[in-house]
Design a protein around this ligand. Structure first.
Ligand SMILES: [Zn+2]
Length: 166
């Protein structure tokens, strides 16, 4: 994500289609991996519905399949805006704040922050096997803002990278 300010972000992620293209590029680059047959670097066709058709097995799939966004109906634009906020705000963003920004319920924003944390920790949008749910509502915030029992050991002070989003 190259957006350095909100206007850049808005332009880069203006539509769901732009968001889907961004996700596809991040996940596969120029070598699209079929989410049905698993062949790497397939010849693919983009259908009007936005689904991708594999020339190898003739199945269709979406850019979300196999990613951490697979089982959510939240628009990608909201996901990427949440990620933008998590990487831009020094103190991180709480689920309450995020719910207000996105116009979603706090339950939804809490779920989103968990997933985003997972993305930051693993450095990928791919849904890895044995995905573990994490118990955090803040992303990238100062450790001192968290409840004592939630603080990660050895992360206090300057230059800590254990808990901060990249
Ligand atoms: Zn295929």
């Amino acid at each position: 994500m190259n957006a350095t300010n909100l206007i850049d972000f808005y332009n880069e992620f203006a539509t769901e289609e732009k968001c889907a293209d961004f996700l596809a590029k991040q996940r596969w680059g120029n070598e699209i991996i079929c989410q049905k047959c698993g062949v790497v670097g397939i010849k693919a066709y983009k259908l009007a519905s936005g689904r991708i058709k594999c020339a190898e097995c003739r199945s269709t799939f979406t850019v979300r399949m196999g990613s951490v966004f697979e089982d959510s109906k939240i628009p990608l634009q909201k996901w990427f805006f949440a990620i933008y906020l998590c990487t831009s705000l020094k103190k991180g963003v709480s689920s309450i704040q995020l719910a207000k920004y996105l116009g979603v319920t706090q339950k939804t924003s809490w779920f989103m922050l968990q997933r985003i944390r997972y993305v930051f920790e693993n450095g990928t949008f791919e849904k890895l096997k044995n995905q573990v749910e994490v118990d955090e509502t803040y992303i990238g915030g100062r450790e001192s803002n968290k409840h004592t029992r939630k603080r990660t050991k050895g992360t206090q002070g300057f230059g800590s990278s254990k808990t901060k989003a990249p």
